[in-house]
Ligand binder design. Structure first.
Ligand SMILES: [Zn+2]
Length: 154
């Protein structure tokens, strides 16, 4: 993957984002790396861009990426990942919970207090990037067709 380049859109000040070079993500054992093809821009992204993230970072020098609803193609998988391979069309669930707390263990991971959610705390990693690493368990295959005959919009 050394010849591929990665960039990411970073909020540098309110109302201004810059596209910067970023390291190419490498998959951990249980991760996929997705080439990002689509990112939805939601109200909280717009709020973060215009005002500040809903949960402002404690560190004023924290790098802030925006964008969390993303889809694309798998380009690499970790050595323990068996349900994906390069070329699969996927989308990612933006929140990755801890997997250890009482909420996660009871199946209510959506209220995990230690969730690592894209474009917010604790890491403010955004999906407005060329490539993103994500846990395979929170990645989902998309069909090769488009539901309802929808048209691609670019
Ligand atoms: Zn948890």
């Amino acid at each position: 993957m050394a010849e591929w380049k990665n960039t990411e859109a970073i909020l540098v000040t309110l109302g201004k984002m810059e596209i910067k070079e970023a390291p190419m993500p490498e998959p951990g054992d249980n991760d996929i790396v997705m080439q990002v093809e689509y990112v939805g821009i939601c109200g909280s992204d717009i709020h973060g861009f215009q005002f500040e993230p809903f949960i402002p970072p404690r560190d004023p020098n924290q790098k802030i990426g925006l964008g969390r609803e993303a889809a694309g193609r798998v380009v690499a998988v970790g050595k323990k990942v068996t349900k994906f391979r390069a070329g699969d069309r996927v989308n990612i669930e933006p929140g990755v919970p801890c997997g250890k707390c009482k909420y996660c263990l009871s199946g209510h991971y959506n209220i995990c207090p230690d969730v690592d959610f894209l474009a917010t705390q604790p890491n403010y990693r955004g999906a407005l990037t060329n490539y993103i690493r994500h846990l395979a368990d929170f990645t989902y295959k998309l069909p090769d067709n488009r539901a309802g005959g929808g048209k691609e919009i670019r």
